[in-house]
Design a protein around this ligand. Structure first.
Ligand code: TMP
Length: 195
């Protein structure tokens, strides 16, 4: 079973991905936890380039680099895990590209979806949990985080828009409250898929 956590920077996805993976493991399941971009030798190197504030790049190159990292983690990590029946909990996946590159950069959702599905060979999460409503960014901004307030407002709106387009796969999770409150909401949103 493939699940992704999504949302704007600073919404608390990484913490929740770890809590979810732990809770699933406690039921006896094999769980592979990963993050995007990254998770492979190539992906981590591409991530370093993508987030480096010293590297300038055009929007199309950015979109293709995210897709390249996604192709690699899907082939090396995600597809084999799904084939052997494991759960995969991924911190970001295709929807980050649809929102950051498709909507916020203005490249269009349709072409970015096409590139991303080419990259994953059609692999998509069974359910995607989009967290929203808080911004806990506090460290030094990376290249994406430094993109400006307007850009990040388009990202936040973009996730809500996307959730409306695919209500079966994408569930909105209110990220306001304690870690435990949010973890319960995420657990509830996996009803029907989890044990
Ligand atoms: P994070 O893993 O710390 O959230 O950082 C990844 C950054 O890259 C974050 O700002 C979101 C951005 N991103 C995209 O713009 N497109 C993508 O496809 C992915 C996976 C991430």
């Amino acid at each position: 079973m493939f699940v992704s956590l999504e949302g704007p920077d600073g919404v608390g996805k990484t913490t929740q991905a770890a809590l979810l993976a732990e809770r699933l493991r406690a039921t006896g399941l094999e769980v592979v936890q990963c993050r995007e971009p990254g998770g492979t030798e190539l992906g981590e190197r591409v991530r370093a380039v993508l987030l480096d504030p010293q590297v300038s790049m055009g929007d199309r190159a950015e979109a293709l680099l995210f897709a390249a990292a996604r192709a690699e983690i899907t082939q090396e990590v995600i597809a084999p895990a799904l084939d052997r029946g494991a759960w995969v909990v991924c911190d970001r996946f295709i929807d980050s590209s649809l929102v950051y590159q498709g909507i916020a950069r203005g490249l269009g959702v349709a072409p970015i979806r096409e590139i991303s599905l080419f990259a994953t060979g059609g692999v998509l999460p069974a359910r995607t949990l989009v967290m929203h409503g808080v911004d806990r960014r506090d460290d030094e901004p990376d290249r994406m985080e430094a993109a400006g307030a307007d850009f990040h407002a388009r990202v936040a709106d973009g996730f809500l828009e996307l959730a409306g387009l695919e209500p079966d796969r994408i569930r909105l999770i209110d990220a306001v409250g304690t870690e435990d409150d949010v973890a319960e909401r995420i657990w509830a949103a996996l009803e029907g898929l989890r044990p």
